[in-house]
Design a protein around this ligand. Structure first.
Ligand code: SF4
Length: 382
């Protein structure tokens, strides 16, 4: 784990809550109404100024522009945000700086601008290369645009690229997944995030399912898709360092890994979360209210002081899905709760069922356990 285990891994997350179209499966916080985009950028910049003491001038090691669709920002809007971060925060010159992009936004001009701003990692939302499925999902790009976006980025010298894929998608099947995997492999990106489709109630798909217009996936479909994906990526040399994340040559996402290790992060923008080891805070998830309150220096967030139980549960939730597992000694130091004692019976049962294994101080999911990770995590929490 080398450089990512450094104690002082502080990250800034900026949430850009706009998208061109609403994907039918997505329940993130975003709006397709771009009329107040400029005001939103000014509010984000204002919040960056307001919260400049969050890290007490300690070095910021990662910056992550997520959303929504950050690549929707104009060059001047993005410049303003990045300049404000560098003005107000102590950013390590070697920091990992990631921007999430949708393929249709990627042009040579845009990529050059990213480079000039010090952005050194691209997260490209592809999901699938099948045009019929893309259309069914209401994505705003085609397979050809996705292919071109990755190639243009590589031509311009971006070597730290991750692509997002989804599996067990409605309208997809194992053949489509295989061709997604073949296509992705041919692009030779060092990192892939692969997420299982989940049906969220408040989305278009959620509403369709309620009206019996969309069939829910069988559990076996998710399992078959996951197994195919896992086998393919491991066979060609990717390392699964978190259930949904695969990397070559340790090109891990430093930002997400720091989060899984329980490091502090500052979340800016509507709906963004912050964490400082003792409390969690989340900004209001309403664009107009966020802008109004932030510009009036009003509190646009809620805060929760974490109890020992919260810290214990958070530690399990964030670390069990990783290849480093739960560091039980560290979790005890943080929460004063000994996982091995507290959940002795559950751990023994799950070890006997081949779902968990342990070393002297760490607890890990087995390959079989990864398929049931969510349920196992719930059982280990208090
Ligand atoms: S582009 Fe991303 S954030 Fe926007 S609706 Fe689609 S999946 Fe959600």
């Amino acid at each position: 784990m080398s450089r990512i285990s450094a104690e002082n891994m502080f990250g800034i997350y900026i949430h850009i809550p706009f998208c061109r179209k609403a994907c039918h499966y997505c329940d993130f916080h975003f709006s397709t109404n771009l009329s107040n985009k400029t005001e939103m950028v000014l509010a984000i910049v204002h919040e960056l100024h307001q919260r400049k003491d969050f890290f007490y001038n300690k070095s910021v090691e990662t910056i992550y522009l997520g959303g929504g669709t950050p690549s929707i920002l104009s060059d001047s809007e993005l410049s303003l945000i990045m300049e404000t971060i560098h003005l107000e925060y102590n950013v390590n010159p070697e920091a990992e700086v990631t921007i999430e992009c949708n393929p249709e936004d990627i042009t040579l001009e845009k990529l050059s601008h990213f480079k000039n701003l010090g952005i050194n990692r691209l997260s490209i939302g592809i999901q699938t290369f099948n045009n019929d499925v893309l259309q069914f999902l209401n994505r705003s790009h085609s397979s050809e645009q996705a292919d071109l976006a990755v190639k243009l980025s590589q031509d311009l010298g971006f070597d730290n690229i991750t692509v997002d894929l989804m599996y067990a998608l409605p309208g997809s099947n194992l053949d489509i997944l295989q061709s997604d995997l073949d296509k992705t492999t041919s692009l030779e990106v060092p990192h892939i995030s692969a997420y299982c489709f989940t049906l969220e109630e408040k989305t278009v798909f959620g509403k369709m399912a309620k009206q019996n217009k969309l069939q829910k996936n069988e559990d076996s479909m998710e399992q078959f898709h996951y197994e195919k994906l896992h086998k393919h990526l491991i066979n060609i040399g990717y390392e699964q360092y978190e259930i949904s994340n695969f990397a070559q040559n340790e090109k891990y996402s430093r930002h997400n890994t720091a989060y899984w290790f329980g490091r502090s992060y500052l979340g800016i923008g509507p709906g963004a979360h912050s964490f400082n080891g003792r409390s969690r805070q989340w900004n209001i998830s309403n664009n107009a209210l966020y802008i109004q309150k932030t510009m009036q220096n009003d509190m646009a967030f809620e805060i929760e002081i974490l109890t020992k139980n919260d810290i214990f549960n958070e530690g399990i939730l964030t670390s069990l899905r990783t290849k480093w597992g739960i560091d039980v000694k560290k979790l005890f130091q943080q929460s004063n709760i000994d996982l091995f004692k507290e959940k002795h019976k559950e751990i023994v049962n799950k070890k006997n069922s081949g779902l968990l294994y342990q070393t002297e101080s760490n607890l890990f999911l087995t390959e079989k356990g990864k398929l049931l990770a969510d349920a196992i995590i719930v059982d280990l929490m208090i």
